[in-house]
Design a protein around this ligand. Structure first.
Ligand code: T5A
Ligand code: NA
Length: 211
């Protein structure tokens, strides 16, 4: 029960999926929809390419620099740690955060490479704020490849994305909300808005967990 006079905390809602599944489109749509309902909400995304680690990650993704696979994995995790305290503060102050990728992307992309398994990849994220809900936009790789700009960044290759999708399916728990991302944008947005309102209501009284 929320104690009267205290602010209900915000929800930490993370969107995941393979490249081009529609995360950016849907997180932006959701934030606009929630704002029009007067929900206190903010959009975040990982990697956050604006920070010190984010700039190196951006250059790596655009094929500008080469980095050891382990090192870049740790940078992606560090990029989340840079925001961890701000995330906790905002949630505690009642702001709901809609997040475009988070730790599951970190694990599923790195573990698609040679020599790094899921357990090794999960370790550096242990202790980060855990999402209240993961909304997984499920899309076949063949369909993702038909979408705009596929193939411009380092990881946007069919074989690699197929491994990433397998990893997501391996990590998926019963609590993930799986959305069929092949449908029209409006239909997906409508389903997600209902889902998000439900998540926001149900986690207001629950403590935030950690990974
Ligand atoms: N990564 C990330 C790691 O390796 N480790 C980590 O820890 C993290 C956090 C960059 C890369 O970093 C990797 C994963 C990625 O490879 P990013 O910045 O999120 O991550 O990647 P972006 O290139 O910005 O985004 P994506 O390629 O993942 O695309 P989105 O956001 O899923 O898709 P979106 O919304 O941009 O849509 C793509 C196209 O499809 C259309 C859109 O208009 C757009 O043209 N579209 C639809 N078309 C038809 N039907 C629909 N329902 C559609 N929805 C969108
Ligand atoms: Na995106």
């Amino acid at each position: 029960m929320a104690v009267s006079g205290m602010t209900a905390r915000g929800a930490f809602i993370v969107f995941e999926g393979v490249d081009r599944c529609g995360k950016t489109t849907q997180t932006q749509r959701l934030v606009a929809a929630l704002q029009s309902r007067k929900v206190d909400v903010e959009l975040c995304r990982f990697p956050d390419r604006t920070t010190a680690t984010g700039k190196i990650i951006d250059s790596y993704l655009k094929n500008g620099v080469e980095l050891d696979d382990h090192a870049v994995h740790l940078l992606f995790s560090a990029n989340r740690w840079e925001s961890a305290q701000a995330i906790r503060k905002k949630l505690a102050a009642g702001t709901t955060l809609i997040v475009d990728r988070y730790a599951h992307s970190g694990v599923c992309f790195s573990a698609a490479k040679q020599g790094m398994d899921i357990e090794w990849c999960k370790a550096p994220d242990a202790g980060l704020p855990a999402p209240d809900a993961v909304i997984f936009l499920k899309l076949a790789i063949a369909d993702a490849m038909k979408r705009g700009q596929f193939g411009e960044e380092r990881y946007e290759k069919q074989d690699f994305q197929t491994k990433v999708l397998d990893n997501f399916m391996q990590m998926k728990t019963d609590s993930w909300r799986v959305i069929d991302a092949k449908r029209p944008i409006d239909a997906i947005a409508e389903e997600i808005e209902t889902l998000a309102l439900d998540i926001i209501n149900s986690c207001a009284d629950k403590p935030l967990e950690t990974l």
